[in-house]
Design a protein around this ligand. Structure first.
Ligand code: FE2
Ligand code: FE2
Length: 405
């Protein structure tokens, strides 16, 4: 089925340029144009679209307001800002409403890549139950303790970008958000960034300060959910999975980029659990109850109760945010890696194995069934014989951790 995309810009010249640029896409996309926010909303009222790409500064209704309305009325539409560098300050204000940020003038390759990725992700939304779950989720929440440390650091006259990078790297909500921004053409570089500390230093102290203090870009887990769903344990598990995934990638002599991606995939692999716990209320309660009563893994319970798993939810949102593809793959398939037909070591390999090892060795886990290791997958990538060495690395990490505390 053809997908719909709507471009909004008050300058007809810009729309004409886009029309020319997109001529070759007419087979796959129905392309619409609007010259104001009001016209865009009227268009959407007739027929919602899959993707909206809006200018920032427009008379009457600006892009931030327009995308805020679209978010409220049509939560499944992917929202992209396409704006000039001079509008940096106002673009910061749209950060809570837009998924991606492109820089004007936009080359065809970047534009097409963003659009087709958004389109591919919207195919996931054919699952009606997943669609329902996702419409209630906008962000990966940060942990209150990390947030407090960040505010302290930002308020200090000696605030250092290195310490802020350190704090952000410990928290998956903050990590996901800075990577979303730095991987966008507007705020970042042309190549993918997978290292949260590097992302923080690219954004710079002033941008981070504005994002945290005035735009309030990080959402937070509330204390009740934190206790009730043991979210600190989930966050600690993810951080450990990040460190072990990184270690496994180093052991397998992967390049720097894959090592960073393995770390990041590990840190974010269960971020969907935080999203579900912080946004679904009673429905999540039912997942937890089902898991306890039936002694199944979290993702099996989620699939049965909600019709969607934390892996799908996390992969979808981070995908719409434009995070690097290999990380989305690793998150999406971390429980069933054999579905992804790779034949070599991949961040997915690291995360799947690290997740299993940590849970299999963890003496403090809360009675949840340990997720299984896919031996077929290890044969598929010809790495079955590496398992004893990986197991040893996991044991050493747990031992070091125990010695440190
Ligand atoms: Fe998981
Ligand atoms: Fe996990």
């Amino acid at each position: 089925m053809k997908k719909g995309i709507l471009f909004v810009d008050d300058e007809p010249r810009v729309l004409d340029g886009l029309k020319r640029l997109l001529r070759g896409m007419r087979n796959d996309w129905d392309v619409y144009f609007a010259t104001s926010g009001r016209e865009a909303l009227e268009r959407l009222n007739k027929e919602p679209v899959d993707v909206i790409v809006s200018d920032m500064l427009m008379p009457e209704m600006d892009g931030a307001y327009l995308l805020g309305e679209v978010m409220r009325r049509y939560p499944h539409t992917v929202r992209i800002i396409l704006s000039g560098q001079a509008e940096r300050e106002s673009v910061l204000n749209s950060v809570r409403h837009a998924h991606q940020f492109l820089l004007k003038p936009c080359d065809m390759q970047t534009l097409k890549k963003s659009i087709s990725r958004a389109g591919a992700l919207s195919d996931l939304l054919v699952n009606e139950r997943l669609k329902k779950v996702l419409s209630r989720i906008q962000s990966v929440p940060a942990l209150p303790a990390h947030y407090a440390r960040l505010i302290d650091e930002l308020g200090s006259p000696k605030a250092s970008i290195k310490d802020i990078g350190q704090i952000v790297s410990q928290d998956m909500g903050m990590t996901a958000k800075v990577l979303q921004l730095v991987n966008s053409a507007f705020f970042g570089l042309t190549q993918n960034v997978s290292n949260p500390a590097q992302a923080v230093s690219i954004l710079g102290l002033n941008t981070i300060r504005a994002l945290v203090l005035s735009v309030k870009v990080f959402s937070m887990v509330n204390e009740d959910d934190l206790q009730r769903y043991e979210l600190t344990d989930i966050a600690e598990h993810c951080l450990a999975a990040g460190l072990l995934s990184k270690e496994l990638a180093v052991m397998e002599h992967q390049d720097m980029n894959t090592v960073d991606e393995a770390f990041l995939s590990g840190v974010l692999h269960d971020c969907g659990k935080l999203m579900l716990a912080a946004n679904l209320g009673e429905d999540y309660e039912a997942v937890v109850a089902y898991k306890r009563e039936n002694h199944v893994t979290a993702w099996e319970a989620e699939k049965l109760v909600l019709g969607a798993t934390h892996a799908e939810v996390g992969a979808y949102l981070l995908g719409v945010w434009g995070l690097p593809e290999s990380i989305i793959t690793a998150i999406m398939y971390h429980h069933e890696p054999e579905i992804y037909k790779n034949t070599q070591f991949h961040p997915l390999t690291a995360v799947h194995v690290a997740d299993y090892l940590l849970r299999a060795m963890d003496i403090s886990h809360t009675g949840e069934k340990v997720p299984s290791l896919s031996e077929n997958y290890l044969f598929q990538i010809d790495a079955y014989d590496r398992l004893p060495a990986w197991w040893e690395a996991g044991e050493m990490m747990i031992q070091d951790d125990a010695n440190a505390t």
